[in-house]
Unconditional design. Structure first.
Lengths: 135, 285
């Protein structure tokens, strides 16, 4: 590989890298299935959403037992993307003097959720799911 | 309800969770688990609550390890690489060091022979000295790995000892620091007292009366002041500073007041037979 080819390769890589950055910044990111469920749970619980309530809400509504670790892993990911923000509450005796960490959905998170909803809606439009696939 | 309030979460599971939880979540994850455990224990019995706690802990730890790898992949990889390198390059070092110390005074060409006690001493130091030096080496490796993988010590050391299981003691050594880290910066301890003091109007009046009184015994005044400060939201440390006493003492009276209210501030009964007056007669002198 001569010097010119090397330079071209580097340029191509740089261009690809910038494309990647632009893709990231444009924010057209859809939520994963569990992320979607967690954000919906946060919206349902409004200002009393912390680990315990989120876990119980999901367990009651979907009937699947999720671990607190799964919830915090997902919330951490969502927080890194800026879809969710959190603050520490007061410590209480029944938690051994530890604080609660409350979460709420940011405007960006609501936008991402709407985007995912629209995508799902347009994909299912016209399909007669109830008749064709149930039981 | 009462059964649930005194239920103890499985200690080993609590300890494991504390080990794997990163610093930022040291309050939220163990707190959430404990809160739900207490709730469950009062609703459906301690045994099933303990089973639930164990199930949750195992799954939570697997998630925490996965998250550790995802969030800090490079620092974990670097830490493991440093650990492997240290053990690979440094595993001969303890023997060499011990032999160098043993031979420090011996001049090979002047004193060529050992006497029997010398041979015994030499064998003793070769076995136990090398063993000790190897443990120190493992300790050192453990600290270096933990320092490189800042915040993800557990993930890094578990991976390292899975790679070279000869050095499982590195894992053991890094299991220790979180245990006494609590005494360094209070990582495992609740940073604020769980006993929040709120006073009724009568209690506050009584305490203020005691705190402002000149003729009460000093200990009554000090205890009353402690509770009044605690009610203002000061931490135990601050109260101890203001009253020039120790945190442990403030903590004790805060807890006793929280549990028994004003009665908790009285002295508790002393052990031993109660005094009788007048003294019995007819005692041999």
């Amino acid at each position: 590989m001569n010097a010119h080819q090397q330079l071209m390769a580097v340029r191509r890589l740089t261009a690809r890298y910038f494309l990647y950055i632009v893709c990231l910044m444009s924010g057209h990111d859809y939520l994963g299935e569990f992320e979607h469920i967690v954000i919906l749970a946060l919206l349902r619980l409004a200002d009393r959403a912390y680990g315990v309530t989120v876990r119980q809400e999901i367990e009651v509504r979907t009937g699947r037992e999720v671990s607190i670790g799964a919830i915090y892993a997902t919330l951490g990911r969502l927080e890194m993307k800026g879809y969710v923000s959190s603050y520490l509450g007061d410590p209480t005796p029944e938690r051994g003097g530890r604080s609660k960490r409350f979460f709420h959905v940011t405007a960006k998170g609501v936008a991402a959720m709407n985007r995912t909803h629209r995508a799902l809606h347009s994909m299912t439009e016209g399909l007669r799911l109830a008749r064709r696939y149930s039981q | 309800m009462i059964e649930g309030a005194f239920a103890q979460a499985p200690r080993v599971a609590v300890w494991l969770i504390d080990l794997f939880t990163p610093y930022e979540q040291a309050e939220s994850i163990p707190g959430d688990l404990l809160e739900e455990f207490t709730d469950l224990a009062s609703k459906s019995g301690v045994a099933s609550a303990r089973r639930w706690y164990w199930r949750q802990s195992v799954r939570t730890i697997s998630h925490l390890v996965a998250t550790g790898f995802r969030v800090a992949l490079w620092s974990v990889v670097c830490a493991v690489a440093v650990g492997v390198l240290l053990q690979w390059k440094g595993s001969a070092f303890p023997e060499k060091a011990v032999i160098a110390v043993l031979d420090f005074h011996r001049q090979p060409h002047v004193t060529p022979y050992y006497t029997w006690p010398q041979i015994q001493a030499r064998l003793f130091w070769l076995t136990y000295g090398v063993l000790g030096a190897q443990s120190l080496m493992a300790l050192f490796t453990g600290f270096v790995v933990a320092a490189v993988a800042k915040g993800q010590e557990m993930v890094a050391t578990v991976t390292l000892s899975a790679l070279i299981h000869k050095y499982d003691n590195v894992l053991f050594v890094t299991l220790c620091p979180p245990c006494y880290a609590g005494t360094w910066e209070g990582t495992n301890l609740p940073r604020r007292s769980p006993y929040n003091i709120t006073l009724t109007r009568q209690e506050r009046e009584e305490l203020e009366r005691r705190a402002n009184k000149y003729t009460l015994p000093y200990f009554m005044v000090a205890r009353a002041k402690m509770i009044l400060f605690a009610q203002q939201g000061l931490s135990n440390d601050e109260i101890a500073d203001r009253l020039s006493t120790r945190r442990e003492i403030v903590s004790r009276w805060r807890k006793r007041f929280f549990k028994k209210r004003l009665a908790g501030l009285e002295d508790s009964e002393r052990p031993g037979r109660p005094r009788v007056f007048p003294p019995r007669t007819g005692r041999a002198r």
